[in-house]
Design a protein around this ligand. Structure first.
Ligand code: 2M8
Length: 443
């Protein structure tokens, strides 16, 4: 891509002051607050989403810490008995028609493992402990911390034990939605082996394509597979025992597992505050880091790749989740160097734009379609955290400027065109606003 074509367009919004940017972000978070939680966006996502809540809490910790604590309390109140934290907690006041697949499809009310609320039965990356460390630093609340600490630790146990489907000590995701990177090319090889039943989609009505541009969203074929995989997991009672013999999608995602490892580091810090033993958390974190490097790092590409647990094959696709392990503080130096080189190469290229969700040089790089090319602020924020954790201050500063420039010019969009920097998707997106606040404080 010709970088020089990007820069003039980005300059157009350079006049927005930091103060105005902050106020705009606060207005998005205020407008998206609903009783006891923040919705990702009023138009497309009218419920409470799992990893969104973690990123949002990072911003709320600056803007309205009581709401940050309340948001996570409300999410974790829907934690299941086995420790899983559902990927969506449905708002009972929102009509079934306003989001598909909604509570009727997931049927969680019929599941013995569910404790409260109408929810899905799948999870998302456990970013919440990372957020709680920041909330504690800015606005400590001991009662809330103690309440959350137990539940955060329970979430980790669920993921590290019950989801250790491959047996090597990494968590498997059972659905692309669990990664947060829904239609990433990371899953193409696995999904390709699952038959598409487009007839099934006639039974349902996708709501996303009515609200958002269908050129941006996953295709109908993708969606048919998503629904089939979710139905299979649901019909097995959302149980994890024996998945290897009966579930078509089992993947070890490097982004998900890196967040899982980083969460153990955060829990070690929080354990010290609540008087618990931090050592087991640090040991688990070290184990996840080691296993990730041994199992999912490919020295030939210099980055991490997702693995199909059923076949043992690594996905050849170079996607942003393969850079996310940078957030692990105990990553070996040569792996850090290699990830920073990959993130700085023409495939991803930190600056003048942030890192796209997929390799720019890939033949199927798609500027518009969701996680197949566009830039997302949340994963870039994770990379920014990682660069700083490894003392890569120069690259971190370039990435921070690139993110702020993008939002200054394009607004608090859900994602951004990786060629022009234009904002696309939902225009008032909560995690973009929240993380902008964190970037503005620079801490
Ligand atoms: C997107 O995913 C949802 C399903 O969970 C969807 O497409 O309907 C993803 O970007 C995901 O990462 C995010 O958590 C969710 C809500 O913002 O939207």
């Amino acid at each position: 891509m010709n970088r020089t074509t990007v820069a003039p367009a980005l300059e157009a919004g350079a006049a927005t002051s930091d103060d105005a940017l902050w106020q705009g972000a606060a207005a998005v978070l205020d407008a998206n607050w609903e009783r006891d939680h923040t919705v990702p966006s009023r138009t497309l996502y009218p419920h409470h989403w799992n990893w969104d809540a973690g990123f949002i809490a990072v911003g709320l910790a600056h803007h309205d810490p009581a709401r940050a604590w309340a948001d996570l309390r409300s999410l974790f109140s829907a934690q299941w008995i086995d420790g899983r934290v559902p990927h969506i907690v449905f708002d009972p006041d929102v009509s079934e028609r306003d989001y598909f697949p909604g509570p009727a499809f997931w049927d969680s009310a019929a599941m013995p493992g569910r404790l409260a609320g109408l929810t899905t039965g799948i999870v998302q990356p456990p970013v919440h402990a990372l957020a709680v460390v920041q909330m504690w630093r800015r606005a400590p609340d001991e009662v809330e911390l103690r309440w959350l600490y137990e539940r955060l630790a329970h979430q980790q146990r669920y993921l590290l034990e019950r989801r250790n489907v491959g047996g090597v000590g990494l968590a498997s995701i059972v659905h692309p939605w669990e990664s947060g990177l829904d239609n990433s090319p990371s899953w193409d090889a696995v999904l390709g082996a699952i038959p598409v039943d487009l007839d099934m989609m006639r039974k349902y009505r996708r709501q996303d394509n009515r609200v958002a541009n269908s050129d941006h969203r996953p295709t109908d074929a993708d969606y048919a597979r998503y629904i089939a995989i979710a139905a299979n997991y649901r019909d097995g009672g959302y149980l994890d025992a024996g998945l290897i013999d009966r579930h078509p999608f089992l993947v070890e995602c490097p982004g998900f597992n890196a967040i899982l490892g980083a969460a153990e580091h955060s829990l070690a810090d929080l354990a010290e505050v609540v008087g618990a033993d931090p050592a087991p958390h640090r040991e688990r974190a070290a184990r996840v880091t080691r296993t990730l490097v041994d199992e999912l790092f490919d020295p030939a590409t210099g980055m991490f790749h997702s693995r199909d647990v059923r076949t043992g094959g690594l996905s050849p696709a170079r996607c942003v989740n393969g850079l996310v392990p940078l957030i692990l503080p105990d990553l070996p130096t040569e792996v850090v160097d290699s990830l920073v080189a990959a993130a700085s190469s023409e495939r991803f290229g930190i600056g003048p734009l942030p890192v796209p969700s997929y390799d720019r040089t890939a033949g199927d790089f798609d500027r518009l379609r969701y996680w197949r090319g566009p830039i997302w602020i949340n994963v870039n924020w994770l990379l920014w955290q990682g660069l700083r954790a490894h003392g890569r201050e120069r690259e971190a500063a370039v990435l921070r400027d690139a993110m702020l420039t993008l939002v200054r010019r394009g607004g608090y969009h859900e994602y951004f065109d990786p060629v022009t920097g234009d904002g696309i998707g939902s225009a008032a997106f909560s995690w973009t606003a929240a993380l902008t606040m964190d970037l503005l404080t620079g801490s």
